[in-house]
Design a protein around this ligand. Structure first.
Ligand code: AMP
Length: 472
């Protein structure tokens, strides 16, 4: 009998003292494992149905309301954003990915869409087209902020802009479009809105606001003390608990609006009433960019949600806190085009944050019966043997324009495994192609519900499948 080796436990004192994190980091380094950059996230196939739901609905509504798709570069001259979004805003002061490229040009990854769209409107002289110009975009944006629940450094937005017209109907149409996207995916939302007036009205209001906040300086958070000097309107944006009581007593901009602005605001509300869109007047809503004038709005989930602490699970799109996190927002920017070197062009738009919208949808779905459709396959193509595999790939390719959605897996070789896969994907029909069928130029069609099999010629395969699936 071999002698048993005795293992003795090493006393705690003798164990090398290394932090588990340091050990893991060392191992990772040895194996060259790369991690996601902080604040970045992968969009995984398991979430694809949510992404598709938002993209498809946004795109369909864009078509219905006659917005044309526009794609602008991820990289622009940094000054484009500095000038339009404005110094003193969080985006410009703290969050831009800004760097010199190899030619020494100061460039930035786009932190938002509107500035790029305005640049493009001017670059291509779009005032020569029939006005208004209605544009839809979808894509990633970059902000180097502190990652937390629902806040990433790369995130996606659906963005809608109407340039070249000013009318309460347009503002209402934009809010309706945003509202419709959520209605289409089944997420209840409400709109919070305000009117922040013209530059002159705002100037008078900001003077009053600054006086008010100066007197309360000692109650404010550090950021607000900076805002007081740099960009007082942003004081109303502060989410710190400590500053809330001060804000709640602050003067309200509606009281500084002249008659024209008030009328415009009233008319906008009449449209929303007619459309029966749920909205809340929010006198402290000012938005995070400097270019806004007149109507501003944000979209919030309209259901009870569980608050999530800062720093929530970084792998999952985190649940969000209803009161704090807007899903999207927008408003008018009637002077931006001119300020950026174009002709006087009133404009308005909005952007929806897709990660946050998906997080809210998932959260809502936990307690409410809504169905976000998973892309379904019509047919599973099962193959047997080398000849079967070769021929199957050819036939799958032949069906690519048929409109049928074909699933297959060449890594599975046994028929049993392939039928199991087909079963779990809930496809109604399976095609089976073995040695014999290759020789006879036929294929077996199996009805998964009844188990009935039928052999048909390969040339007739497409029409028989379509007939069985009622897709003629
Ligand atoms: P904004 O462009 O700042 O008006 O933001 C519009 C929407 O984009 C927000 O309501 C969010 O849904 C989304 N969003 C903005 N910043 C981020 C971020 N850092 N991470 C994830 N989503 C964001």
């Amino acid at each position: 009998m071999p002698k048993k080796t005795k293992y003795h436990s090493v006393s705690e004192k003798k164990k090398p003292k290394k932090e588990p994190v340091a050990i893991a980091a060392e191992k990772d380094k040895a194996k060259k494992i790369y991690h996601l950059l902080r604040g970045m996230h992968d969009i995984l196939p398991k979430d694809e149905k949510y992404w598709q739901a938002f993209y498809n609905n946004a795109q369909q509504l864009a078509i219905y309301f006659q917005f044309n798709k526009i794609e602008t570069p991820l990289l622009e001259e940094a000054n484009l954003f500095i000038r339009s979004v404005g110094r003193g805003t969080d985006i410009v002061d703290k969050e831009m990915y800004i760097f010199e490229d190899r030619d020494g040009a100061k460039v930035a990854l786009r932190p938002e869409f509107t500035a790029s769209i305005v640049r493009s409107y001017i670059t291509h002289g779009m005032w020569n087209s029939p006005q208004p110009v209605k544009l839809f975009s979808w894509g990633p944006l970059f902000r180097h902020n502190r990652p937390q629940a629902g806040r990433y450094r790369e995130f996606f937005q659906a963005n809608f802009e109407v340039l070249g017209a000013k009318d309460p109907a347009i503002d209402a149409e934009l809010m309706l479009t945003a509202y419709n996207i959520y209605a289409a995916v089944g997420l209840p939302v409400e709109i919070r809105l305000n009117n922040i007036g013209s530059a002159a009205e705002r100037e008078r209001y900001v003077a009053e606001l600054t006086n008010y906040y100066r007197a309360k300086r000692s109650y404010l958070c550090d950021d607000c003390r900076t805002r007081l000097n740099k960009n007082p309107l942003r004081l109303l944006d502060c989410k710190e608990e400590q500053c809330r009581p001060v804000r709640d007593e602050a003067p309200q901009i509606v009281d500084w609006l002249d008659e024209a602005s008030r009328n415009y605001f009233m008319k906008t509300l009449e449209f929303l009433d007619e459309l029966e869109i749920p909205y809340i007047l929010s006198s402290y809503l000012v938005r995070g960019m400097d270019y806004y004038t007149g109507t501003v709005f944000e979209i919030y989930p309209a259901f009870e949600s569980t608050p999530v602490k800062e720093g929530g699970n970084k792998d999952e799109p985190a649940a969000i806190e209803t009161a704090q996190s807007a899903l999207g927002g927008g408003g008018r920017y009637d002077v931006l085009v001119e300020e950026m070197g174009g002709r006087p062009t009133p404009a308005a738009g909005f952007a929806l944050g897709i990660e946050r919208s998906i997080a809210a949808l998932k959260q809502y779905k936990e307690k409410n019966p809504i169905n976000v459709a998973t892309p379904a396959y019509d047919v599973y193509f099962a193959q047997l043997g080398e000849d079967g595999k070769r021929r199957a790939l050819k036939l799958i390719n032949d069906l690519k324009n048929s409109g049928l959605k074909i699933a297959f897996n060449f890594f599975k070789n046994s028929l049993k495994a392939q039928l199991e896969a087909a079963n779990s994907m809930k496809v109604p029909l399976v095609l089976i192609l073995g040695q014999k069928e290759v020789q006879d130029q036929t294929v077996i069609i199996r009805d998964m519900e009844s188990g009935v099999q039928e052999t048909v010629g390969q040339k007739k395969m497409e029409s028989v499948l379509k007939k069985k699936l009622n897709k003629q």
